[in-house]
Ligand binder design. Structure first.
Ligand SMILES: CC(=O)N[C@H]1[C@@H](OP(=O)(O)OP(=O)(O)OC[C@H]2O[C@@H](n3ccc(=O)[nH]c3=O)[C@H](O)[C@@H]2O)O[C@H](CO)[C@@H](O)[C@@H]1O
Length: 400
């Protein structure tokens, strides 16, 4: 990729950043060494790896074939193939924390995932496996560990998820977001505080483009409401309840997720309200148009809102989750860059205070500036570069 953000294909032809084949690696050339990636279950387990690939650059994509091992039909398959990266689907169950007959089927899927990954690796011998976590990553990581293929693992959250905890036995280097996260890993494992990688497109969004997509004229402050890669029912209910009150003070762009999109976008005739299930290539422009953001506190969103300096209001996902989003959100709030709201957690402001807080911030540009300023002390844009340096340590010398 050159400094203008354009890529060059194998014949040296320049490609625009909006070209779907920008990371194109689908041309088969078996003589090139293979680098494998794994992870999935949500966008948060895929998008950060694109930030690492951006830093490895077009030279790397010319010299290496890339393969992503994920669950067939999962969100990772769509994101990765959209980026022109080869995808291999593996059977992957869910890791449930309760008894269910489905656990038996999922255990079978899990073991067949290990066998399939072993067979794939034996045949194709990748030089390295980069794991972005999520349960689907466990089988390939175990297979790589058994075959002595080096594994670099990256965890985006303050504390590791179950997949990362299992994977660390097979991992050569564990990359973490914050220095405070190191305490969750055993002594003897090489742990590197790299930060979280963010895909470069995120910094290339244009406000005017975002306003155009939403059909807004930019005279009123814009609130972006987003629920992570899958949408968020609780946030959607909040917006349904308070939409008219909020629309009296601001325009709203709302990423609803697929499940709620019908219910919310059927009422799209509200003036100043624009809803879509998911923003794909437009997302950086949509983010650039936002003056303030109401969001889940997945680690991916947290870093992207941070490096683009957005005043942020979080409703962490807690139902059925291990509490990672609450810890991410609190980490940001303690450092003064976000406000955290929750229905049940007594340590947070209640949702009944949220509409008022958003209206106050929308009407006060100085307050928004004060809220956004300390972000640069919490996150940084070098996560991808830091991880790319570690990746290079493991590549055969003549290929780097
Ligand atoms: C339900 C679940 O397990 N959530 C986890 C998941 O978050 P999840 O994937 O839901 O959310 P994240 O905030 O981490 O990532 C969302 C990603 O989606 C992208 N985006 C979002 C909206 C949109 O319209 N278009 C778009 O491209 C954002 O740019 C971002 O990169 O992984 C995170 C990182 O491991 C964890 O912290 C979360 O706890």
């Amino acid at each position: 990729m050159d400094h203008n953000g354009a890529y060059h294909d194998e014949d040296g032809k320049r490609k625009d950043m909006n070209d779907n084949t920008q990371r194109s690696n689908t041309r088969k050339n078996p003589s090139r060494p293979l680098m494998a990636f794994t992870g999935g279950g949500s966008g948060g387990h895929v998008f950060p790896a694109l930030g690492v690939l951006d830093e490895l650059g077009s030279d790397f994509s010319r010299k290496y074939r890339l393969i992503w091992l994920g669950s067939s039909g999962g969100i990772e398959e769509r994101i990765v193939t959209e980026q022109g990266i080869n995808f291999k689907g593996l059977p992957a169950g869910k890791l449930r924390r309760y008894l269910s007959l489905r656990n038996l089927f999922d255990a079978l899927k899990f073991f067949s995932g290990i066998v399939l990954a072993l067979l794939y690796f034996l045949k194709n011998r990748p030089v390295l496996l980069f794991s972005k976590g999520g349960f689907v990553s466990v089988a390939p990581v175990i297979a790589a560990g058994l075959l002595g293929i080096p594994v670099i693992s990256h965890e985006s959250d303050v504390d590791p998820g179950l997949a990362t905890r299992i994977n660390r036995r097979f991992t050569k280097v564990q990359c973490i977001p914050f220095p405070e996260s190191a305490r969750f890993y055993p002594a003897g494992l090489r742990v590197e505080t790299t930060g979280n990688p963010v895909r470069k497109d995120i910094l290339r969004g244009e406000r005017s483009q975002g306003l155009k997509i939403a059909g807004f004229d930019g005279t009123r402050p814009v609130l972006l409401v987003q629920g992570g890669s899958l949408g968020a029912r609780q946030i959607n209910s909040f917006i349904r309840e308070h939409r008219e009150e909020l629309l009296a003070h601001m325009d709203i762009i709302h990423q609803t997720g697929e499940k709620d999109s019908q219910r919310l976008s059927s009422t799209e005739d509200f003036q100043g309200y624009f809803a879509r299930p998911f923003f794909s290539r437009e997302y950086p422009h949509i983010l650039a148009a936002a003056d303030l953001v109401l969001s889940r506190s997945g680690a991916g969103s947290l870093w992207e809102l941070g490096i683009t300096g957005k005043p942020s209001f979080f409703i962490p996902l807690t139902e059925g989750a291990r509490g990672d989003q609450m810890r991410n959100a609190r980490y940001a709030e303690e450092r003064g860059v976000a406000r955290v709201f929750h229905q049940k957690d007594p340590g947070c402001k209640g949702l009944d205070e949220l509409a008022g807080a958003l209206i106050t911030a929308a009407g006060d540009a100085e307050l928004r500036k004060t809220m956004a300023l300390p972000w640069s002390e919490v996150v940084h844009p070098h996560g991808g570069r830091n991880i790319a340096e570690i990746v290079r340590e493991f590549l055969p010398e003549e290929e780097v």
